[in-house]
Design a protein around this ligand. Structure first.
Ligand code: PBG
Length: 330
């Protein structure tokens, strides 16, 4: 028996045929654009490590909201840079802090924009860790460690402050155990039973957060985050983290970073029946920008390709600093 010559190129011949058989699409409606609200500023401050991204004022957030809407981008995620920091992250739940003020102003101007808030204390603690510290058990030389359960109280207060200001989705990124359950209980008791939680369930201890730590001024003053963020070598643990967060009441899951963890996005997507987001983080963005500035790659094509790969891996939406540029090119 002889087979006809197989010719997959038949379906690549014209742009029209390629469009017809394309399996994955990327749309501005899939993007979430991060904003850094700094209440000490009076004008935008460019972030050196992230060309094209700036810290902005509360008023600036309103302009961004309007721009996102005009580009068809449906959502933003807010990070706050407060006037004051202390060792307990008190300003994280100040109702007049940068995030609650920005939410109120943006909701007034563009009510349909989905506002997600990052809930974590690292931007609000003077030591830069994602939790409240206590002396490390067993340490003789005064080392400190993150106190999981003390941190949950601060996170819950922060989430409620964001909810009261009008946030649409609460996204805890701290990686404390039990935080989704704690936030769910706190939000329910405060009357926000219908407010969804997007859990950064699978967050790795990654070198690719480097530029963000300048953006959000939250680099840890000592040590690292390996005691609470995940080991890049682990994938079964990703499924476990995701399952625990769903059991505690998470409505959506996020995998972070995106590109070095496309396999994890796929596994989480296949294992659970909830929407899965991916965070294309600051270091991933900075690499593209640096290579493009050096004339080494075609930025627009590279960005389209990488966003497509994240969708193809199974992400329903992508948090990305490329959102505005990509929306203009799509
Ligand atoms: C913690 C947080 C981080 C990022 C988002 N939320 C930094 C960290 O864990 O050190 C990183 C995002 C990025 O790199 O773009 N609040």
């Amino acid at each position: 028996m002889s087979f006809p010559v197989q010719r997959p190129r038949r379906l690549r011949r014209t742009p029209g045929i390629r469009a017809l058989v394309r399996e994955t699409s990327v749309d501005p409606g899939d993007f979430v654009y991060p904003l850094f609200i700094n209440e000490t500023l009076t004008a935008p401050r460019p972030i050196g490590t992230m060309p094209g991204v700036s810290q902005i004022t509360v008023e600036g957030a309103v302009l961004e909201a309007k721009e996102l809407k005009s580009l068809g981008i449906g959502a933003t995620i807010l990070f706050g840079l407060p006037k004051t920091k202390d060792d307990r992250g008190t300003s994280a739940y100040d109702p007049n802090g940068p995030v609650p003020r920005a939410i109120a102003a943006m909701k007034d101007a563009v009510p349909e924009l989905v506002i997600i808030t990052d809930v974590c204390v690292d931007e609000y603690t003077d030591h830069g860790h994602c939790g409240i510290l206590r002396p490390m058990r067993g340490s003789r030389d005064g080392e400190l460690e993150v106190d999981n359960d003390a941190t949950l109280e601060v996170l819950t207060k922060a989430a409620i402050a964001h909810a009261r200001a009008g946030a649409d989705v609460i996204a805890p990124s701290d990686m404390m155990d039990g935080r989704v359950g704690a936030l769910r209980r706190g939000l329910d008791e405060a009357g926000f039973t219908d407010l969804p939680i997007l859990s950064y369930a699978v967050k790795y201890a990654s070198a690719f957060y480097g530029p963000f730590r300048e953006a959000a001024e939250c680099a840890p003053k000592f040590g690292d985050r390996a005691g609470y963020q995940m080991d890049p070598a682990n994938s079964r643990e990703a499924i476990k983290e995701a399952r625990l967060d769903l059991e505690e009441g998470a409505d959506m899951l996020m995998v972070k970073p995106a590109l070095p963890y496309l396999d994890i996005i796929r596994q989480v997507k296949d294992a659970f029946d909830v929407p899965v987001g991916a965070y294309n983080v600051s270091g991933e963005y900075a690499m593209i920008k640096a290579a493009a500035a050096a004339g080494m790659i075609d930025e627009a094509r590279a960005v389209r390709e990488l966003l497509t790969s994240i969708k193809r891996a199974g992400a329903d939406f992508i948090v990305t600093y490329h959102a505005k540029d990509a929306a203009k090119q799509l």
